[in-house]
Design a protein around this ligand. Structure first.
Ligand code: SAM
Length: 239
């Protein structure tokens, strides 16, 4: 293990993971990159501004979110091409994982620029590793589509995936999703990881109908990762 701290490199895009709840989860390296970069590209500059202020960091910021990704990517590539060190952050967790990032990463690679990950919090990893579900093979789906036709198609496909399945869901649709799992995968073990790294973090484990019952009773608030255990025994595959 090396404890040398090389200076940030000119013309590099740093993908900086930020806390998903608990501010203590920010890494020392993330703080150094945020302190030493020239510019922070943030999904929400107000929210990232709060994070930076908490750590006493002052930096120029530029917004980079879903609806200005294309335009901002070009701008960022120009800045990087001119030698800027740019840190990309999202509201929480790892950029590019169900969050903006991919477009500027691809553009930077295409332009021959350096892209460096600064790993840290990611809801999918935190949830899955503490879920108790097998981790040797898993499928990360992220958010299911909202449109009902495409959503049903995706739900139908889940049954055939080997290993654990990991979904992201917003607090507004968690009951709907659990209802869909009652319909599509009623016998699977489901684990819902709520409010990870926060004060009221909890893991709910059971069949979809059991967890749906709890969700209806308690009106689950906050953010959740929904995980589905593999079919047991594994489904027969055609030779
Ligand atoms: N890029 C982020 C990451 O690395 O995990 C994910 C961003 S995505 C827009 C937000 C979703 O991640 C939420 O709807 C929820 O499914 C999950 N999530 C984020 N923070 C969470 C937390 N503290 N507890 C549970 N789930 C969380």
């Amino acid at each position: 293990m090396s404890d040398a701290l090389p200076p940030l490199q000119a013309g590099t895009l740093y993908l900086v993971a930020t806390p998903i709840g608990n501010l203590e989860d920010i890494t020392l390296r993330a703080l150094r990159v945020l302190r030493e970069c020239d510019l922070v590209a943030a999904e929400d500059t107000r929210r990232t501004g709060q994070l930076l202020r908490h750590f006493d960091i002052r930096k120029p910021m530029l917004s980079y979110f879903k609806f200005n990704e294309a335009r901002r990517s070009e701008e960022l590539i120009q800045r990087l091409g001119g030698g800027a060190k740019v840190a990309l952050v999202t509201d929480a967790g790892t950029p590019g994982i169900s969050d903006p990032g991919q477009r500027v990463v691809q553009a930077a690679i295409a332009a021959g620029l350096r892209v460096e990950p600064v790993p840290g919090p990611c809801a999918l990893v935190a949830a899955l590793t503490a879920s108790g579900l097998p981790t040797e093979e898993f499928h990360f789906i992220g958010f299911l589509p909202q449109k009902s036709g495409r959503r049903r198609q995706r739900l139908a496909m889940l049954a055939d995936l080997p290993g654990a399945i990991v979904l992201y869901e917003s607090p507004y649709r968690i009951e709907k999703l659990l209802g869909e799992l009652v319909e599509w995968l009623p016998d699977r073990l489901v684990v819902v990881a709520r409010e990870l790294t926060k004060r009221f973090e909890e893991f709910l484990r059971g069949r979809p109908a059991e967890i749906l019952g709890t969700a209806r009773q308690r009106k689950l608030q906050g953010e959740s990762v929904v995980m589905i255990g593999p079919a047991d025994p594994p489904p027969m595959t055609a030779k």
